[in-house]
Design a protein. Sequence first.
Length: 196
Amino acid sequence: TNEVAVFQMGEEGLIEVPDPSTFFVPRDRPARPGAAVVPVLEGTRPLLVEIQALVAPSMGYGPPQRRMAGLDFNRVAVLLAVIEKRLGAHIGATDVYLAVAGGLEVREPAVDLGVCAAVLSSLRERVIPPDTVVFGEVGLAGDVRPVRKGPERLREVDKLGFRRAIVPPGPSPKGLSLRVEKVSSIVEAAETLELS
């Protein structure tokens, strides 16, 4: 089965976490540069995770550092090259550290746009508003592509009270209270998030 449950160890043993998204991304989290919230699929269930990035000048002792926790190293290397080429962001001489908060491993392409947004947020020292989520696959040309179960992701985000979603072109469910902004490239996404 593809179902996933999240448990927390308590005084009485393992207790199921009724809403895992708020467990991994608390609603009262502080706004800070380098953080982007992404709805990912764990099994068939949308789950919110926070992508954290730290971009810092390299100290010059050898090649710039690239460290990832919870993300595919090769995929992130490609995304960093796309950011550099398509947005003219100078990250070749910087150290880049990325992590998925909570220790989750995320391997789906829907996290691509969130990774790019978190990196740009850290690089530019600009905050992505905490009520905003970002998702979409990013191609080599810098295009943003639809991902599997986009409408389900948007419903989960809406249910949790987020107000804005930056997403690829594609169908959106009706009756959402959040503002859905569709972008077709990382250039457009960076402009929409005021990270360019």
